[in-house]
Every structure is written in C-alpha cells, then in structure tokens.
Design a protein around this ligand. Sequence first.
Ligand code: PMP
Length: 406
Amino acid sequence: MDWESVFATRASRMKASEIRELLKLLEQPDIISFAGGIPDAKLFPKEAVNAAFAKVLGGEQANAALQYSVSEGYRPLREWIVTRMQAIGIDCTAENVLITSGSQQVLDYAGKLFLSPKDTALVSWPTYLGALGAFNAYEPTYDRLDILANREPTSYVEAAEKAGGGVKFAYCVPEFSNPTGETIPVAAREKILDLAEALDIPVIEDAAYQQLRYDGESVAPILALDIARNGGDIEKTRTLYCGTFSKTLAPGLRVGWVVAAKQVISKMVLIKQASDLHSSTINQMVVAEVAKNTFDEQVATLRQTYGHRRTHMLRAMERHMPKGVSWTKPEGGMFLWVTLPDGMDGADLLAKAIRDHRIAFVPGKAFHADGSGANTLRLSFSCADDQMIDTGIERLGRLLLAELAG
Ligand code: PMP
C-alpha cells in the first residue's frame, strides 16, 4: 500500500516533533533531563482524585458519570470555572464556557473554526510547539506577532494576501510562556488587542500556566482587558481564553476549557459534537469535586515547590553559564529560555550533551514557525530537584564553555 499517495495534503505537515524523538532517549536512567515540560507526578493530588472517583462512582451520580453527556460540559464544573474567571476580571456565565479534552483541543478547534488553507495565523517566534502542531493540520501560513516591532496592521494583511489567504487570528501564551517563561506586560496585551481590532481578528489567549505564579504582580488576562474595552460585555469581545487543569491538578484527566462570546462557544460546541461528542463525563465530575475541595491548597503546594526549583535553577545558571549566554528570569511556569551566542546550534549541542554529559534539554528551533532560533534552547525545571539542577547546570556550563573555547 502506497500510503503517501492517499494521505490528504494536510498530512504532509504532520511530522514527529523533536521532543517526541527526544523522549525515547530520556528513558535512559542516568540522564539528567530538563527537556520534558510536564508536571511533576509526585505532586499530583492522588488522594483527592481517588476519593473523588470513589464518591462519584459510589453514589447516585454513578450512572450519569458513566453515561454520555452534553457537549458543553458538566454544568457544576462550568459554574466553578465561572467563579474563578470572575475572580480574574473575566465576567462571564456558564453559557460562555465549553469544557474540552485539555486546552490542546481548543487549539485544534480554533484551527478548525478559523483557518482555511493558506490563511495566516499570527504567532510569536518562538511559540508553543503544540499550537503549531494543532494549527498545521489546517494548512496555514504563519506571520510573526511581534508587538515590539510596531508593524503597521496593513503589513500583516499584505503578507497574508501574498500567501493566498487572510489573517485569521493572533495566538499567544501571555503568562510564563512555553517555551520562554516570559510574561507579556499589560501594555503589550493592550497592543495585541489594538492590532486585533485593526485587523478585526480574534485573539487566542492560551492561559495554560496562569495559576503558576511564584512572584511578581499578576497581570490582567487579555480577555479581561477586552471585556473592559467593551463596557463589561463579553458578548462584544474577540478573545478566546483557553484554560486547563493539566498544570494544576493532573494532565491525565484531560480536562480543559475555553471562555468566549456565546457566538464562538456555540460553534465550538458543534465542533465538539462532531469531534468527540463531549469530554469524559466521569473525569469532569471528578475534576469538579477535586477543584471544589482542594484546588487552592494544591496550587499553593505547586507554587511553593516549582517556585523553589525555578529560583534554584536561576542561581545555578548565574554560577555556571559562561559569558555570552543569556536566559529569561520567569516569574512562574516551568521553563527558562536560553540564548547562546550566534552560530551555536542547540540541536548539535543536544547530541553532545546527551553523549558526553548525560544531560538533555530541548533545542529551540522547533518552536520557531520560520525555522530560526537555532541558537536557543528550553530548560524545564518542573521535575528537577536541587541536586539534579546543581549537577545538570554545572555540566551544561562546562559543555558551553568547551564549545565557546573550541
Ligand atoms: N498550551 C500550552 C502553552 C502548553 O504548554 C500545553 C501543554 N504542554 C497546552 C496548551 C496543552 O495542555 P492540555 O491539553 O493538557 O491542557
């Protein structure tokens, strides 16, 4: 069977990511890995999840928990989300919330809803790899969402027309972004909205790490700013806010959400119906139960543990990185982003790092839709204890020093 000849054109852009290939190597036990961007399993609220499953399955809810349910999602969970959204300035109702199978599914649905082949998606360089993967299936072109560059809105339109379509949305991770760990300040968030208004496009706000702030002041979500611009009326806004329980409770439950104007939510509900009918009923009920009982406590534990690791890694970087290497100082999340001197290549470095120093990270190029960023890399501190950080960063420093000298 010649499979290539029957695959749709979109399949040509579906390629295994460098991260996936990497994960295979990381099974070797002596490697100190800063590569995976996943939560630390030791911190999962296992007892609370266990108790919630027992409660849901042991009571009157059991039949409903195992039954098909509505595409919009489990109402008590949507209502819990509404209270949390309101607390961060997003005035909405349960009608503005759709529960999804992780926030990754929202990215896929956004691609499906907005992108025709050759349309343009505005993304930062670098951006979340999984967003590029989700959007790629809809065969878009990418242009750089670079707010500091102060580009004229017409230049985005011209570039999109040249590529054969229109500008359809701007996507960003405003808090502690994957991969850079950086936060977009409020003034730049307003500029993103200005640009989106000028182009009359939606903004997709990926808030995957929003609860994981370790220090500094919280910044208003783009959707909150958008609501404020529109007299408090979410129905007039253009922002889709994507949330998730993956980084706070557990990603294996696959429960996320999107908040937006009803007109967008009702389309996304139709997409969800056609895609997987609804997210796992029992998992939504369990998440509602766990969230109600232990969410704040759980987030406080995560902030303390991850915050310590972040600080420890930053100190180790100060001690061991040679001159010419720079890195971000994130106020939250799971990542540090390292920029090496021009001409160095993160992928070459990774091969040597694994072979000679038994350490791993993610080369930065894959996060760049334009193929740039060869001299960058991502380090994750979420699963690393003090000793791993001390040893691993010292080894990375030695490797970089040798490269720079050679
Ligand atoms: N957005 C970002 C920025 C992420 O880093 C991730 C997970 N790595 C996701 C979305 C998807 O997470 P989930 O589907 O588990 O909610």
